[in-house]
Design a protein around this ligand. Structure first.
Ligand SMILES: [Zn+2]
Length: 292
């Protein structure tokens, strides 16, 4: 039964808005997309993590409702990134991420089948700060895939310390003018956001820099959209933790971020990647939700 729910979830992924969808009211699409992703992530996660005495349908319905609310809040968090552009100030990235993180935490709590207020997390680059609201404790955890991505960014450019502190996300600047025929060359881009971290082309400082950054900050959130799937594997993780005490200790400091892989699957396979920029939903969302 749980496997069927899992299969349904991955089928839903293929229904994310793509180029065959002609309706281009991007804010409505984004609201629906985030609400549904939140709902299904929580609903299916809750079924996977349900207690033996709970019914499948009731647990799914409860998780779906909680996750839908969380997803809708995530949409509003993404939208708040427009303030970076309208107020010409990177610090608004803290406000937008705070709102987004409330929604994202609710989705994760729903997927874990716990109270929606039990945990809250806020990510600074590759470090996730997890707050347990019952114990009032804060635990920093490393996000492994995001860490690898940040190392990659560091090889592309120099850390912009002031902008990083100002925005709460690692920001690098580059003046590499590599082979323009190479599609990954930064020559062709204002900025790249391969994880929760950004590298921008020094040339782009001359254009509308804050509008571009608002767009990139939406991308940093998109990497987290599917973070609830990490809870799909909680039963397996828990049994490994019980078996190996050292693994259990390590897990206190590491938080899996399979959601990064989900972003790549969605961006490159389902949405057609960079060559499909004009019809790629993730690009349209990043561009559309920050407009007034
Ligand atoms: Zn983009």
């Amino acid at each position: 039964m749980k496997k069927i729910f899992l299969l349904i979830y991955f089928l839903i992924l293929t229904l994310t808005p793509s180029n065959n969808l002609q309706c281009r009211d991007i804010k409505t699409e984004s609201a629906i997309f985030n609400t549904l992703v939140g709902g299904f992530t929580s609903g299916i996660g809750a079924v996977i993590n349900k207690n033996k005495d709970e019914s499948y349908l009731q647990t799914f319905a409860k998780g779906f409702l909680v996750g839908s609310a969380g997803g809708y809040i995530m949409f509003h968090g993404k939208k708040l990134n427009r303030l970076i552009s309208t107020e010409q100030n990177l610090s608004y990235a803290y406000a937008s991420r705070f709102v987004y993180s409330i929604g994202n935490s609710i989705v994760e709590n729903g997927a874990e089948n716990i109270n929606f207020w039990d945990k809250f997390h806020y990510d600074f680059g590759f470090v996730r700060f997890e707050v347990n609201t019952n114990k009032f404790s804060i635990q920093p955890e490393i996000l492994p895939l995001t860490f690898i991505g940040t190392i990659y960014l560091a090889t592309k450019g120099n850390l912009e310390f002031k902008k990083t502190i100002q925005s709460g996300t690692f920001i690098f600047k580059t003046d590499i003018y590599a082979n323009p025929e190479d599609p990954t060359s930064l020559d062709n881009f204002g900025a790249l956001t391969p994880v929760n971290g950004i590298v921008y082309n020094a040339e782009s400082e001359y254009y509308d820099f804050n509008f571009m950054m608002a767009h990139e900050f939406v991308h940093t959130f998109q990497h987290q959209d599917f973070s609830g799937i990490n809870l799909f594997f909680k039963p397996q993780f828990d049994s490994l933790k019980n078996k190996y005490p050292k693994f259990n200790k390590l897990c206190q400091w590491i938080s899996p971020d399979l959601n990064v892989a989900m972003f790549y699957l969605n961006y490159f396979v389902i949405q057609g990647g960079l060559s499909n920029w004009d019809n790629n939903f993730l690009e349209m969302e990043a561009e559309g939700v920050i407009k007034l």
